[in-house]
Design a protein around this ligand. Structure first.
Ligand code: PMP
Length: 361
């Protein structure tokens, strides 16, 4: 068995080996300070520099304008499902927002938002097992909506918006499973958030990028920890931040910058995904779950002729050092998650195995 296997997990997901090596060195002795990165005060100048560096790299990579704040929060992406409507619907007279239901993560966000306002679900692909995302003309956005909420990449179903909704209201987006995988213009967005554990680093930190004018929409009586303003004013240090996770995110961002940034990683991601989709389309044996116009570069979902063959496929792949290929429990089938850090050689090995398995079965 090789030391590291090809890990197709949907998240927490594979990270660059050089990042892991650096993190393990710094875990014992950070920059010869004689202490670990996780033992120092979050208010020390060394750790503040780590946070500032991570923010700076993120600003650079995503080309974030000065009128946006970058926050590093806890509670996972799921906490944002509630924090967004709590803050952004708070002062709106109509307390209205528009949501696109393109999967379980969108649906969970809708459920939370309904606790705080009037939520218009302008589109749903639930009846088709979320096999696609809508195009602009497929839904209407209420003029009174404070924002349009959508999930750019639907991790479970392997669908992804190829372009972002064009609308007059601010966009709010869950980019947990595709942030930093391709360049995009953040200016139409009021808020973008992402849990780190797919494309950015380990679990434990959620990045929120919020336009400054949205910071003060929260009602007065919102608890301090739930106000974006609190975290924005304190440089994400109102309380102890998830130090280690932020530090590893910084290393991942540095790795990405050295690789050539988002244009370079998008090229690599497209090549990796094409290898898999070409195999699915070429061999009659496999059936892709996502509609072609909605296919994700990050999560490639497919079925085999029977659940028994799927189980055999997953088992044989694991025996060859390819793990994490089982689809999400809610849809079954197979899923290859190939985020930024997933190596091309792993995809090449998988498509080779797919061809062989189709021939032998
Ligand atoms: N949104 C998306 C798109 C996800 O894929 C996930 C997790 N897989 C979540 C939200 C939930 O993230 P967390 O577990 O950090 O709350």
């Amino acid at each position: 068995m090789p030391e590291r296997i090809f890990n197709f997990s949907a998240g927490p997901a594979t990270l660059p080996p050089e990042v892991l090596a650096q993190a393990s060195r710094d875990l014992v002795n950070y920059r010869d300070l004689g202490m670990s990165i996780i033992e120092m005060s979050h208010r020390s100048k060394d750790f503040i520099a780590v946070t500032e560096q991570a923010e700076q790299l993120l600003r650079e990579l995503l080309d974030i304008p000065a009128n946006y704040q970058v926050l590093f929060l806890q509670g996972g992406a799921s906490t944002q499902f509630a924090m967004i409507p709590m803050n952004l619907l708070g002062a709106g007279k109509d307390k209205k927002a528009c949501y696109l239901n393109t999967g379980v993560w969108a649906k969970k966000a809708i459920k939370e938002a309904k606790l705080f306002g009037e939520i218009d679900v302008a589109y749903s692909s639930e009846a088709e097992v979320y096999n696609h995302v809508p195009a602009d003309g497929d839904y209407q956005v209420d003029d009174k909506a404070e924002y349009l909420y959508f999930v750019s990449n639907n991790t479970i179903y392997g669908t992804q918006f190829q372009s972002f909704p064009a609308t007059h209201v601010p966009l709010v987006c869950d980019m947990s499973s595709d942030i930093l995988s391709r360049p995009f213009d953040i200016r139409p967005f009021g808020l973008v958030f992402a849990g780190a554990q797919k494309n950015m680093g380990p679990a434990g930190v959620t990045t929120v990028i919020i336009r400054e004018d949205l910071l003060d929409r929260a009602p007065e009586n919102l608890p301090t920890m739930f106000k974006y303003r609190t975290h924005a004013d304190q440089g994400s240090m109102f309380n102890t931040p998830p130090c280690f996770a932020i530090y590893v995110v910084g290393l991942v961002l540095e790795w990405l910058k050295n690789l050539g940034g988002l244009a370079a990683i998008e090229r690599i991601n497209k090549e990796k995904a094409a290898l898999l989709y070409d195999t699915i389309d070429r061999l009659d044996f496999y059936r892709g779950h996502a509609r072609r116009d909605s296919r994700s570069l990050m999560n490639v979902t497919f079925n085999l002729p029977t659940p028994e063959l799927e189980a055999k496929f997953i088992q044989e792949a694991a025996a060859r050092g390819m793990s994490g290929l089982k689809g999400h429990r809610s849809v079954g089938g197979c899923r290859a998650s190939i985020y930024n850090a997933f190596p091309r050689e792993g995809v090449e090995q998988l498509v080779e195995f797919m061809a062989e398995f189709a021939k032998n079965n």
